[in-house]
Ligand binder design. Structure first.
Ligand code: ADP
Ligand code: MG
Length: 199
């Protein structure tokens, strides 16, 4: 049931991962979405209390995932061990994430990209790696906003424009299409989506 009615571009959970569901009374995807959303709110409170200025470590990114999803999934904050339709070979997740945070640090220190472009590239690479069994999109949107805030002193991205990015709608379709374009090396759509092309 948890994989039922999943929106386009979501990663299905395999049986072992479904076993990791902590609340035992959930029967619909709607209930799961609601509980996850409540956990994310608690996690975001932790984020705003934490004054950690440097969020560019694999350790912080795992802790963030655990804070956002740890009340719902017992594997929150631990890397995926199975292959998915999206994402790299699970064996390479640790190395690739460390490369990404090092790259992102370099981009900040060397002004390689304007802040929104750096954040868009950071976000795309993170969801492309797909470190966790689930929650990758939500985690990587929050991580990109934290990268903007704490490493550039920049305001967050307007991801939703009033839409719910967890269900199928035109905004999500544009978001997924932009990520797919970026998979192919074409970054214009994701830059447009995060507002990096506006002067
Ligand atoms: N082709 C793609 N390339 C890169 N990332 C993608 C692609 N398709 C989907 N994604 C990302 O994967 C996310 C879905 O993964 P999932 O782990 O289910 O996250 P969540 O549970 O937060 O929605 C999408 O929100 C998007 O960020
Ligand atoms: Mg999902």
């Amino acid at each position: 049931m948890i994989n039922d009615a999943a929106p386009e571009g979501a990663t299905p959970l395999d049986p072992d991962e479904r076993e990791g569901l902590k609340p035992k009374h959930i029967t619909t995807r709607g209930e799961l979405d609601e509980l996850e959303q409540a956990n994310i709110q608690t996690g975001l409170q932790w984020v705003s209390r934490s004054r950690q200025k440097d969020i560019l470590t694999d350790d912080f990114l795992r802790t963030l995932h655990k804070r956002l999803f740890g009340e719902i999934w017992n594997w929150a904050g631990t890397y995926r061990q199975t292959e998915k339709n999206i994402g790299i070979d699970p064996l390479h997740i640790g190395v690739e994430l460390r490369t990404l945070v090092d790259d992102a640090r370099y981009w900040t220190e060397n002004d390689t990209y304007p802040p929104l472009e750096a954040a868009a590239r950071f976000h795309h690479r993170m969801v492309q790696i797909h470190p966790f069994p689930n929650g990758n999109g939500r985690h990587a949107r929050i991580a990109a906003d934290l990268y903007l805030e704490r490493h550039f002193g920049h305001t967050p991205i307007e991801w939703t424009h009033g839409f719910d990015l967890q269900t199928d709608n035109e905004r999500r379709n544009a978001y997924i299409a932009a990520l797919r374009a970026a998979d192919g090396g074409k970054f214009d759509p994701i830059l447009e989506l995060v507002g990096a092309n506006q002067l």
